[in-house]
Design a protein around this ligand. Sequence first.
Ligand code: SAH
Length: 220
Amino acid sequence: MTTASHLGIGMTSQRTRNRMIARLREQKIRNTQVLDVMSRIPRHLFVDEALASRAYEDTSLPIGLSQTISQPYVVARMTELVLENGTPRNVLEVGTGSGYQTAVLASLVPHVYTVERLGQLQQRARHCLQDQNLHNIDYLHSDGGWGWSDYAPFDAILVTAAPEEIPESLLKQMAPGGVMVIPVGPKQEQELMKVTLTKHAYEVDSIEPVVFVPLLNGSQ
Ligand code: SAH
């Protein structure tokens, strides 16, 4: 999606990104690696040209097919939680969407496996990520509620669409000591959860209320 009009915003986007980072700090995002990566990734290239000027506002934006790019604060918070117990060797991301969260992850961990149920969004995201020279990513067009058993177990799983309950298949694909960050619950009543697989059990921490699109079954 790199076009002439994107070049225009390119000149001012570093300043706008710096403002976004200042806001994230005010919102108590502390992980400097996360802040650093988000200050470099051109978020405006992951949204439609018509919305590029709003890309650094702290809001989710439409990316087509009734889906949204998550707001910067939520991306930062979820990434911070993924890194909290050390840098994971691999991450499974469910819900590629625009690919922006994928870009943040792929800039911080050795390998990202990302699953999207809508083929059209997946293709667009893949092009964007390749344009950013991010090649440590594998893509799957599928219902991510089933995870990606070929590459399991995962040190971290990050889900960017909300199921009503945590899918059993994802729990089973967590590595020992691994984490899963996932919004759970019906529309308007979702809570961000962090699941840790300790030696003996799955420990679940409730983090904060969030609003995500629902995790849907099947792929198209
Ligand atoms: N992290 C993305 C969020 C996109 S919105 C971003 O910031 O751009 C959530 C995405 O999850 C949508 O693209 C939606 O199509 C996808 N999704 C919903 N249910 C899914 C499922 N079962 N498997 C894979 N992707 C799913």
